[in-house]
Structure formats: structure tokens, C-alpha cells
Design a protein around this ligand. Structure first.
Ligand SMILES: NC(=O)c1ccc[n+]([C@@H]2O[C@H](COP(=O)([O-])OP(=O)(O)OC[C@H]3O[C@@H](n4cnc5c(N)ncnc54)[C@H](OP(=O)(O)O)[C@@H]3O)[C@@H](O)[C@H]2O)c1
Length: 208
């Protein structure tokens, strides 16, 4: 990676030079981000000058940078039937078809095991553990039993603050909700049948 570095404490900021360094190592539970921008703060030049050494000892060479904005650069592999592959691509995910052979398809698409699994379907614990790198994270909204196998079961709760935050994202165009169908009150049974069929893409909405 290309980085600005200094090799010793200095008051001469021209000693900060740009050079090629090896990419950082990524320990478990960490992510590597691609920095798009970094802020410069008083703490940065205080660190370069060695003024914070008593409280923040350092190892040279040092790449300064306190505030950064970047992109995690995660690759997302999503499971879907063929009919929804184009939709997943549009969301930035790489689609694979679910069903028999799913584990092999995921391993092939990922080029090995994956760093995290999010399950929104249920009944896929064996597949999850087969594709997940040992010790890495998995979570499910549909299978409480993941908690007995090192995973996290997530149960949503009404939360006004979070809902307001999601509303802002909708206003900014960063979050969209696909409406798969609207139904009148007398069509509620049909809406339930459609949902139970298990292939609705988006929300079914009752408009009384
Ligand atoms: N814990 C919680 O708080 C919480 C909250 C919400 C939902 N849930 C649970 O989460 C599950 C999903 O909810 P949902 O609202 O997303 O349901 P949904 O609307 O019925 O999900 C339908 C979608 O799932 C896809 N799908 C069906 N079988 C699949 C499979 N084997 N692999 C991958 N994708 C598959 C379908 O795609 P195709 O048409 O391509 O098959 C369709 O796009 C349900 O079990 C629900 O009860 C839990």
C-alpha cells in the first residue's frame, strides 16, 4: 500500500515521506478498509513530535492518521433462485443458487471458506458451518439453534430511534424497500398464501 510514514519522532513535518509498505495484516474480528480520506487533527502532529509518548508509546515506522473514511471492500455472496440473480447483482452481491450443492457453489465462488454468514432463511446450519472459516461469525434471524453453535440469533424489536434512522436513509435514497404486492382487507387470505409460499421478494402490504 502507498502510505505517508515517519521513522522517528520529529518536529520537522517534512520528515513525513510517502512510500510503499506491505498491506496491513488482518487479525480475526478486524476488517481492512481502503482509505478514501483521512482527517488531520492536532493529535496527529502531537504524536509525530513525540509529545504523547508517555501515554501512547509507538513502534516505528508510523503511518499517521486518526480519523479515516474508507470502504471495507467486503465481497457479498447471496443465495437466490436463478430468477433473482440479476436483482442480487444490482444490489452488489454475487449470486449463487440455493439447494443441493450449495456448499460447493459457495466455496467455489469465494475461492475458499468465507469470513461471515448471515442466514435469513433457516434450516441451513450445516451449510453455514461447512462454508465458514473456523472461529468466524455467523448469525441467523430464522434459526435460534445457531446460538448453540457459536452463532448469534437476532430477534428484531420495535425501536423508534432506529426506525427514525432508517427513515432518514430512505429520505436520502440510501435505503429502498421493494413492495412485492398490495392487498385490500378482503384480500388478506391471499396475502398470507403468497407469503407462506416462501418466494416473495420484498414486502406484502395490506391497504385497508
Ligand atoms: N428473528 C427476527 O426478528 C425475524 C425478523 C424477520 C423475519 N424473520 C424470519 O426470517 C425468515 C425470512 O423472512 P422474510 O420476511 O425475508 O421471508 P420471505 O419474504 O418469505 O422471504 C422470501 C425470500 O426468500 C428467498 N428464499 C426462499 N427460500 C430460500 C432459500 N432456501 N435460500 C435462499 N433464499 C430463499 C426467496 O427467494 P426466491 O424467490 O429466489 O426463492 C424470497 O426472495 C422467516 O423465517 C422469518 O420468520 C425473523
Amino acid at each position: 500500500m502507498r502510505a505517508a510514514v515517519y521513522d522517528a519522532y520529529t518536529e520537522n513535518f517534512d520528515d513525513i515521506t510517502v512510500r510503499e509498505l506491505p498491506d496491513p495484516k488482518v487479525p480475526p474480528a478486524s476488517v481492512l478498509i481502503e482509505v478514501r480520506a483521512a482527517g488531520v487533527n492536532p493529535v496527529d502532529w502531537k504524536l509525530v513530535g513525540g509529545h504523547l509518548d508517555p501515554v501512547m508509546p509507538t513502534q516505528f515506522p508510523v503511518t499517521p492518521g486518526w480519523d479515516v473514511a474508507g470502504a471495507a471492500g467486503a465481497r457479498v455472496i447471496g443465495t437466490a433462485s436463478e430468477a433473482n440473480h440479476e436483482y442480487l447483482r444490482g444490489l452488489g452481491a454475487e449470486p449463487v443458487t440455493y439447494g443441493d450443492g450449495l456448499v460447493d457453489r459457495v466455496l467455489e465462488a469465494a475461492g475458499g471458506k468465507v469470513d461471515a454468514v448471515a442466514d435469513f432463511v433457516g434450516g441451513v446450519l450445516d451449510d453455514t458451518l461447512a462454508v465458514l472459516t473456523d472461529g468466524r461469525s455467523h448469525a441467523s434471524v430464522a434459526a435460534p439453534s445457531v446460538a448453540e453453535h457459536g452463532g448469534r440469533y437476532i430477534w428484531v424489536r420495535p425501536d423508534g430511534t432506529e426506525t427514525a434512522r432508517l427513515g432518514l436513509l430512505v429520505d436520502e435514497g440510501k435505503l429502498t424497500v421493494e413492495v412485492a404486492g398490495t392487498f385490500g382487507l378482503d384480500e388478506v387470505p391471499q396475502a398470507f398464501k403468497d407469503s407462506a409460499a416462501g418466494h416473495v421478494r420484498g414486502k406484502l402490504v395490506i391497504v385497508p
